[in-house]
Design a protein around this ligand. Structure first.
Ligand SMILES: Nc1nc2c(c(=O)[nH]1)N[C@H]1C(S)=C(S)[C@@H](COP(=O)(O)OP(=O)(O)OC[C@H]3O[C@@H](n4cnc5c(N)ncnc54)[C@H](O)[C@@H]3O)O[C@H]1N2
Ligand code: MOO
Length: 406
């Protein structure tokens, strides 16, 4: 339907999404599955760590009262491999042979490394050549005391954190849920790979791109559909996925054409955030909230769809998980001429290099909304502000470095 739309700026559109109140849900998952998930509850140490006095070296454990007048002979009364304990009292002049990681006998104050000893052939005695400047014993609670925070709330767990949790035998953690996302690609021209290509038809390339973009952002794509431009079918599909997902991403059908039905759904929504942005590509980008679900209607044009995902969807998917956006904003220097002018700000697909303390930004071929030729190689976007005059070479430009791109 052809109706007037009021365009807003890119920052205003981003702010409308950033200000949406979210109700992130939590779930309990196995610790081993929690890499890059964010803790919704702190993980506390259930005991001191280490919980026994641990030998840091392979050697011989001795009493403090024997720690003088080296070299000297000791009687070897036993052996403590890792995992074992020595429960008898250690007497003066005696020692136990002990391995790295083993529990040190309670009374022992030091472990003399084997390099500094000369055991007898039968192993029953050992001559210790010299003492040690360190005890070579890790005392109880060196890493954590019982009750200490092992990992804090809102911390993103990484493999090191998984090690720390597992050190306490923690099998499950409470984390924020990943949002469930539905992707609806719209257009009667769309084919699936495997179907024969025909004039006027194209393969649905945005669908797989969006799926992988969502996944690398930490969202879960649990519904995907490719729908023809049939209003009833589209309306039904949209209504269904809105009830079952936190975020719905549509692409295509959002312009003013006879078959662009998403625009109508947006106008009738509970909360229309915007339906036109002063940007190219993707001026038709539309966002609304219906029944508590955020619907992001991206342009069908692949270049605009790609840009729109990073500008508006990536930060939201990350916020659901209590994770910051992985898009890094920097000041770039436009290092290759771009001579076009535009009534709207242009988000230009670029590559960059970091040289002499500056991000040098190079427009990466075409800036066409409908082109997908440079999506693979684009590593950043820069913003060319709207102007009647072309932007100067070497001008400073707001630059967004894209995640997983180098
Ligand atoms: N009279 C006007 N026409 C158009 C305007 C306008 O203001 N007045 N805006 C233009 C601009 S700008 C854009 S951007 C597009 C936006 O179109 P839609 O988002 O509604 O998308 P479609 O028309 O459905 O498709 C556009 C283009 O993208 C192709 N497409 C669609 N889906 C996919 C897919 N899943 N994978 C790959 N390619 C896809 C589709 O075939 C079209 O070529 O509207 C302009 N028109
Ligand atoms: O709004 Mo569109 O600029 O062609 O993507």
């Amino acid at each position: 339907m052809l109706t007037r739309r009021t365009p807003i700026s890119i920052p205003d559109a981003q702010a409308k999404i950033a200000n949406l109140p979210l109700k992130p849900q939590t779930e309990i998952i196995p610790t081993i599955e929690a890499n890059h998930r964010v803790l919704a509850k702190p993980a506390l140490a259930s005991y001191d760590y280490p919980h026994f006095r641990r030998s840091g070296m392979d050697g011989y454990a001795i009493l403090a009262e024997d720690d003088h007048d080296f070299p000297r002979e000791f009687k070897v009364v036993g052996e403590v491999p890792a995992g074992a304990t020595w429960d008898q009292p250690l007497q003066p002049g005696t020692t136990v042979r002990i391995m790295t990681g083993a529990a040190v006998p309670t009374e022992a104050s030091k472990v003399i490394r084997i390099e500094k000893t000369r055991p007898s052939k039968d192993g029953k005695t050992v001559r210790m050549l010299t003492t040690e400047s360190h005890s070579n014993i890790t005392e109880i609670g060196t890493d954590f005391h019982a009750g200490d925070e092992v990992l804090a709330t809102n911390q993103e767990i990484n493999p090191g954190g998984i090690a720390a949790l597992t050190a306490f035998g923690v099998e499950q953690v409470t984390v924020y849920q990943q949002p469930r996302i539905a992707i609806l690609a719209t257009g009667s021209e769309l084919l699936q790979p495997g179907e024969p290509i025909e004039t006027g038809k194209i393969y649905n390339s945005n669908g797989p791109m969006l799926k992988r973009l969502v996944e690398e952002t930490g969202g879960i794509v649990d519904f995907e559909a490719q729908l023809p431009d049939e209003p009833e079918q589209l309306k039904d599909a949209l209504e269904k996925v809105i009830q079952t997902h936190e975020i719905v991403i549509t692409d295509g059908g959002v312009s003013v054409g006879d078959y662009d039905f998403i625009g109508d759904a947006a106008r009738q929504a509970d909360n229309l955030l915007f339906n036109k942005v002063k940007q190219r590509p993707g001026s038709v980008t539309t966002a609304f909230v219906q029944d508590g679900t955020f619907v992001m209607a991206l342009s069908g044009n692949p270049g605009a769809c790609f840009v729109g995902f990073y500008l508006y969807v990536e930060p939201l998917i990350r916020r659901y998980q209590h994770r910051p956006s992985r898009i890094k904003e920097v000041k770039g220097i436009l290092a290759k001429p771009y001579t076009k002018t535009n009534g709207y700000d242009r988000v230009l697909r670029c590559t960059y290099e970091f040289k002499d303390g500056q991000f040098l930004v190079y427009p990466n071929g075409t800036d066409r909304s409908g082109s997908l030729a440079n999506l693979q190689t684009t590593t950043c976007f820069c913003v060319i502000p709207h102007s009647e005059k072309p932007i100067a070479l070497n001008a400073e430009v707001t630059t967004w470095l894209l995640p997983f791109k180098s």
